[in-house]
Ligand binder design. Structure first.
Ligand code: HEC
Length: 286
């Protein structure tokens, strides 16, 4: 089965880069290396690859189980907390990690700000111009130039879709449930309803690529409620199988959705997210 995230496409990115640089005067393309934009607390800062690598807080991090490469990796990286430059986020705020292919990770600021030795710590890995990273498995591109990696991810419950690669922007955003009321479940549902738990799984693991009722920033996969919800046209068993291993349901060369194996999405979480989808079929927003 494919590892999570590695099935994300690279071809469209290459085409986009080609268009971008093909259309630019050569001196502009040569003027600087790639940059990453961080927009938090009302300020937008642009970080240059070479300047990041030259920072005194750049370190080498070893990642024993790299989600995107599916093997141990080692990177030059800067602690994400020092780049965010503020600990001040409103309650419920998220950091959106936006990749150049439209993938958008939802990252809780409190997770990204962690620095201590006991839990997960986020690092911005930076691909040096003179030592390029290998291509991602099955792709013609690497995870660079910027890739969000985690040391001790298991210690803080970091999920597979919280490792955005080809990262272009990190943007502070409002709580997704406030920003997109059309994600809401029936207000009368019990606080411990599996449907509510499924909504949380959906926001972290599915909204990185899909919208629902038009909610979400990602542009990779189809909306999962409009015009129809997958629970309206797939059998329960077929839908679960598709999430576990899309290629076991149908397959074609341009297919992009990664499979979620039980190590990254438990059977209980799969049931919850399917329950949420089924519930939302009755709550279509125009
Ligand atoms: C990395 C991106 C990505 C993530 C994460 C992702 N999907 Fe997908 N999904 C896609 C893409 C792209 C498609 C369109 C088919 C393809 O190219 O694989 C798709 C297709 C689907 C379909 C089939 C829709 C149809 O009618 O063709 C379903 C159902 C689905 N996804 C459910 C989910 C659920 C549930 C989750 C979360 C557990 C999820 N996806 C997470 C990218 C993703």
């Amino acid at each position: 089965m494919m590892k999570p995230s590695i099935a994300r496409m690279g071809g469209r990115l290459l085409a986009a880069l080609f268009l971008l640089f093909g259309a630019m005067p050569m001196h502009a393309a040569l003027a600087g290396g790639p940059t990453l934009t961080i927009a938090v607390a009302g300020a937008e800062r642009v970080f240059d690859r070479d300047a990041l690598l030259a920072r005194p807080d750049a370190v080498t991090v070893d990642i024993p189980a790299d989600i995107s490469y599916g093997r141990p990796m080692s990177y030059r990286a800067v602690p994400l907390a020092s780049l965010l430059g503020t600990g001040d986020f409103p309650p419920g705020a998220v950091l959106e990690g936006v990749a150049s292919d439209g993938f958008t990770a939802q990252l809780p600021p409190e997770l990204c700000l962690r620095t201590g030795p006991d839990g997960a710590v986020a690092f911005l890995a930076v691909e040096p111009a003179d030592r390029p990273w290998p291509n991602l498995p099955g792709k013609e591109v690497s995870a660079g130039p910027f890739y969000l990696v985690w040391v001790r991810p298991e210690a803080s419950g970091v999920r597979s879709e919280q490792w955005p690669y080809q990262l272009a922007r990190i943007v502070a955003s409002d709580d997704p449930l406030r920003r997109w009321p059309q994600l809401a479940v029936e207000p009368g549902l019990a606080a411990d309803s599996p449907i509510r738990a499924g909504q949380a799984v959906f926001i972290t693991q599915c909204m990185a690529c899909h919208t629902l009722n038009g909610a979400g920033s990602a542009t990779m996969g189809p909306d999962l409620n409009r015009p129809m919800n997958p629970t309206e046209y797939l059998t329960p068993a077929g839908l679960k199988r598709l999430v576990r291993d899309p290629r076991s349901v149908r397959t074609w060369p341009g297919q992009q959705m990664p499979g979620f194996d039980p190590a990254i999405l438990s059977d209980a979480d799969l049931d919850r997210v399917v329950a949420y989808l089924g519930h939302m079929a009755g709550r279509k927003a125009p």
